[in-house]
Write a new protein. Sequence first.
Length: 396
Amino acid sequence: MRKIISILLAVTVICLSFSQPVQAITLDASQMIKELKLGSQEYLLIDTTHNQVVMSKDADKVVKVASLSKIMTAIVILENRKLDEVVTITRPMINGLYDYVVAGLQVGQKVNVEDLLYALLLVSAGDAAQALAISTSGSIAGFADLMNSRVAALGLKNTHFSNPTGMDYDNYSTASDIAVILQEALKNPTFVKMFEAQEWHMTSINKTVEKTFKRRAHIKGGKTGYTGLAGRCLASTATIDGIDYLLINLGADPKTSNHIDDAEKLYAFIEQKYEPQTIINKGVLAQTLQVKDSFQKTVDLYTEDEVSGLFPAEIDHDKIEYVYEGMTIITRDVAVGTNVGHYVAKYNGEELGRVNLYLRDAIIFLDYTLIALFVAGGAIIALVIACIIRALIRRH
């Protein structure tokens, strides 16, 4: 129990295409690697249902990503081409692919964009990638410019593409950036259909292409990649107990490990040892603060967000410690809407999550200027009354 909890660490927000109001939770990869014996050198596992980083290792390390580059190739094609457009295969489209996986396209064949996309994503065909790129932009370099423009639009700083196939050359990225790219691709239903398909019959050339790996227990959709420098790579999705996941794992040594097995190990670990839980609820009275210089002596602070996500199934909620961190006194210079502190959930000394607390009550503070004027006015009135009384006494 404590062993599982002790490997929880709070992490800073990773640049993804979503934001969340609470800190994410990750697992210390150095601990996990011993238990799962993963061969992948870099990985990032995200619970996309709760927008939570579950587990990561060197996710921002810049590396070669091989054919995971083709995910961006697919994005550009789906945004710029129609599926029924026909591409006539030319010699430049099939050149330079020695030792690379191809669909076996022949010069003069007429293939529609949909068939080429399936060949791109299922069998990872380099000739399909080049056919799509050249027919779209006129050249590999021109298409790479489109890919990099899309990278820039996503705000990614550690990714660059020089070709649509994933050849090493000047193609590089990170697990974090590929996760962003995959999430962007998954917004397109056509991409999702292709990403999750196991085979496709290319009617335009009467050929069937199959995915580079067979369906596994957890993996729902996936795209593999491999070069000597990149190792074996995988971008995948899964749904476990109603929760959606996205996993990028990179750099598996083909001689000693398997990128598909690594993904299954990670998904199975989450399924066995984690469950969705709410650690902090909305509307909870988190803290009562003293108020200075007001007839209102105290103000209550309530949670406005919740901390929900994947946590170790063995957490005993009765032993979660809730701590307030922030201001101790509300003074007149604290405006309504100010973030005055945090409500923090801790377990065995490790932080599980936190939410911001805000001052929402409009407090009326004492105005000492008016009080001074009132006191001074009262003194003057008293003096006038005293003078009147004295004058009346003298008359009599």
